[in-house]
Design a protein around this ligand. Structure first.
Ligand SMILES: [Zn+2]
Length: 188
């Protein structure tokens, strides 16, 4: 997706990044993202991206090929480049509308990191001056990916699936109420 950047695993950093994932990301994800395999993260893809006038400017709306993504701002001096988040979605619902409560923007600060679900739709706004370099660590769980293949109702983490489920429950409650009312009418 990025023109300017480098895959860190190709530069001998694979073992180190694996340790970062196992010792830190997995520990945090076990608590924060258990429903997307946070405790079983076992593979990663690590890379850096560079933004600026003479680099990539922005990055369109997308989801990552990861269960959990670590995004660290390495610097240096820049303005703009905010991350915008627009709700967590499964494959089926990736292009559905954003609800107003799902709008969340984040401004990068050098030295700070964001940890989010890979399926949390997001993008990067244009870096308007300077140069911005970010380190990305896409963490994956083979257990989660395998389970997802066989279980149809496996998207409790998708906001749209949850919304549809609520809607179905609401409809069945309404239908049951109507049924009761009708029953009442025939009885009288
Ligand atoms: Zn869904």
């Amino acid at each position: 997706m990025n023109t300017y950047g480098a895959v860190l695993d190709d530069f001998g950093m694979e073992t180190m990044l694996d340790k970062v994932m196992e010792e830190y990301i997995r520990t945090i994800s076990k608590v924060l993202f258990p429903e997307v395999g946070g405790s079983t993260l076992d593979a990663h893809h690590g890379f850096v991206v560079e933004y600026g006038m003479d680099r990539d400017l922005d990055l369109g709306f997308h989801v990552d090929d990861s269960e959990v993504t670590l995004n660290v701002c390495l610097g240096k001096q820049f303005s703009g480049g905010e991350l915008f988040f627009r709700g967590v979605r499964c494959e089926k619902h990736v292009n559905t509308e954003t609800q107003s409560e799902e709008i969340f923007d984040f401004s990068h600060v050098p030295g700070r990191a964001v940890l989010h679900r890979g399926r949390h739709r997001h993008g990067a706004r244009a870096t308007t001056s300077g140069n911005r370099i970010n380190l990305l660590l896409w963490c994956r769980s083979s257990v989660f990916r395998e389970l997802r293949k066989y279980q149809k109702d496996f998207s409790s983490w998708c906001a749209e699936c949850q919304r549809e489920k609520k809607e179905r429950q609401h409809q069945s409650v309404s239908a049951a109420k109507l049924e009761l009312l009708r029953g009442g009418e025939t009885a009288t």
